[in-house]
Design a protein around this ligand. Structure first.
Ligand code: G1P
Length: 292
């Protein structure tokens, strides 16, 4: 089948962000900045770099600032134009033109599987991506595009995997399977947040390329871990019926949903910025010397 490209991704963004309270009392966690860009913009940029045309944002209450961020900021642009801040105006215009954002509401916080199901009316009958905002992947080839290529090659659902320490397997979906090549495995077992006896130390990271058939399973999915409708449980059913691949992507993953992970992401992305790198390294040196 000719590769038409990955056209649509679902980005669940209806969580309450309780791990970042009080910062997230009035601001969606997806809008918390990494250096000077909202975390969600990095996700959208990854999608756009992969050729995605429509980002389906699964929104909750109080999240309209996300839509505003990707909309035209008319007043701000006018004021900045009057002040001759052309590069800022260009940057803001680029954000508003970046992608076609389609919002759907998740009216009840029933879990990730339910959030993905909320995107069904927009996705239609074609393969799509799912990108979780907490997982930022810094890579040469966008992580979601790496998965799409594997999907095209094998004509099977693909999910992103990464090795994690044994002490962390209870925090993730965990998959095990048979090796196809250096990066790809045919999954034989997948379980959400195993309390004991994880099948491996390969954790599911928030990038998925799925066939529309997944919606059939999500529609009837009973609640799982935490009383929530888990995407992983429906993936297990998909694995049983038509197979599921795991792909160990190439890139550095940051967990922006965790306080320490968020701080590290800020540092890692700041170190990529020439105007900040030297100052930051100098500051680290000062801190270390003060500790010595
Ligand atoms: C979700 C998924 C889990 C996956 C994780 C990756 O969990 O349910 O399978 O391993 O994202 O970040 P959450 O972290 O939202 O609880």
């Amino acid at each position: 089948m000719a590769d038409q490209g990955l056209r649509r991704v679902i980005v669940p963004a209806a969580g309450l962000g309780t791990r970042f309270l009080p910062a997230t009392k009035a601001i969606p966690k997806e809008m918390l900045p990494i250096v000077d860009k909202p975390t969600l913009q990095y996700i959208v940029e990854e999608a756009v770099a992969a050729g995605v045309k429509d980002v389906v944002l699964v929104n909750g209450r109080g999240k309209s600032s996300i839509e505003d961020h990707f909309d035209v900021g008319f007043e701000l642009e006018t004021t900045l134009s009057e002040r001759k801040k052309t590069s800022d105006v260009d940057m803001l215009r680029a954000i508003s033109k970046m992608v076609n954002l389609v919002s759907v509401r998740q009216k009840h916080p029933l879990g990730l599987g339910h959030a993905v199901l909320c995107g069904k009316p927009v996705i239609g009958n074609e393969p799509f991506g799912v990108m979780l905002g907490d997982d930022m992947v810094d890579s040469e080839v966008p992580a979601i595009l790496q998965l799409w290529k594997a999907f095209q090659k094998h004509q099977q659902a693909v999910i992103a995997l990464m090795e994690v320490p044994a002490s962390e397997t209870h925090l993730y979906g965990i998959a095990a399977g048979e090796k196809i090549d250096e990066r790809t495995i045919r999954i034989t077992h997948i379980v959400e947040k195993p309390k004991s006896n994880p099948p491996s130390n390969l954790a599911v990271i928030g990038r998925y390329v799925l066939p529309p058939r997944i919606f059939d399973y999500l529609e009837t999915q009973e609640r799982g871990v935490g009383g929530e409708i888990q995407l992983t449980d429906s993936l297990a059913k998909l694995q049983q019926s038509e197979g599921l691949l795991g792909y160990r992507f190439d890139g550095i993953r940051h967990d922006a949903g965790d306080k320490f992970g968020y701080l590290k992401a800020n540092i890692a992305y700041a170190l990529k910025r020439p105007e900040l790198k030297a100052q930051l390294l100098k500051y680290f040196k000062e801190v270390l010397e003060a500790k010595a």
